[in-house]
Ligand binder design. Structure first.
Ligand SMILES: Nc1ncnc2c1ncn2[C@@H]1O[C@H](COP(=O)(O)OP(=O)(O)OP(=O)(O)O)[C@@H](O)[C@H]1O
Ligand SMILES: [Mg+2]
Length: 238
């Protein structure tokens, strides 16, 4: 569904990602993991057109999308749940969700809104409340709901579990898995590596702007380097 090759993005003279190759097969969950500053958010923002990569190709459903405007990429079926959620705190829950569908002209927006409310009943209860009054977990649900309102074929999530209590984190991972099982392909950036590798089919490890390892998620989870750096598993002397 998504084939990235040689993707490079810089901030001025700072090369944040340096020639990334990554594939997301249709129907899968692909997890992108890496330490702070590795370039995960830069990768996500480059995919959805918020950043302009200097080099490389981004093929989405067979079409080259590098350089397209963000709203065109949304229209093709890719939407991002951004790092830090970025919901509009001064707008209601309902308005935030409607924002997610602002590019759509089809007649099924209301049906999709009902679907989001079925998935997240708390959002329906609070639909007239301002986004900023929601708890962290509810704001994350709102951010996911807003992205779903664009009816994505590929959903990108940038650290959806960040800053959430453990029980809420489990809920979010469950929701991600359900969304995938219902047919949406997912690219997931996570700091919660153990849980991300558990739900993912494939995983990529990013270090200082380069992919250093990739493969089936269960194999990446067994890799000694990954265990030591991200899972706190292997001992230094073994
Ligand atoms: N707006 C910016 N201007 C300049 N440099 C930036 C900017 N945003 C990110 N960087 C740099 O680019 C590199 C990659 O940052 P990025 O935010 O993509 O990492 P990340 O893997 O998402 O990290 P985190 O886990 O902290 O979210 C870092 O060295 C960072 O300091
Ligand atoms: Mg980031």
């Amino acid at each position: 569904m998504l084939n990235i090759s040689g993707l490079s993005t810089s901030y001025g003279s700072i090369k944040a990602i340096k020639g990334i190759d990554l594939d997301v097969p249709q129907g899968s969950i692909v997890s992108l993991i890496g330490a702070n500053g590795a370039g995960k958010t830069t990768t996500m923002n480059s995919l959805v057109g918020l950043l302009k990569p200097q080099a490389g190709q981004i093929k989405f459903l067979g079409q080259e999308i590098r350089g397209l405007a963000p709203h065109k990429i949304v229209n093709l079926g890719m939407s991002l749940v951004p790092e830090g959620r970025k919901i509009l705190a001064g707008m209601t829950v309902l308005e935030n969700l409607e924002m997610g569908a602002y590019q759509r002209k089809d007649k099924e927006v209301q049906a999709d809104l009902a679907k989001v409310f079925r998935r997240f009943p708390i959002l329906e209860e609070r639909k007239q409340q301002l986004g900023g009054t929601l708890s962290g977990g509810q704001q994350q649900m709102l951010a996911i709901g807003r992205a779903l309102m664009a009816r994505p074929k590929l959903l990108l999530l940038d650290e959806p579990s960040m800053g959430l209590a453990p029980l809420v984190v489990s809920d979010i991972f469950k929701v991600i898995q359900e969304i995938n099982q219902e047919g949406t392909t997912i690219l997931l950036v996570e700091q919660n590596v153990r849980q991300a590798l558990k739900i993912a089919h494939y995983a990529y490890v990013l270090e200082t702007g380069k992919i250093v390892l990739h493969g089936k998620a269960e194999e990446v989870a067994k890799n000694p380097r990954v265990m030591e750096a991200y899972l706190g598993g292997a001992k230094a002397d073994t």
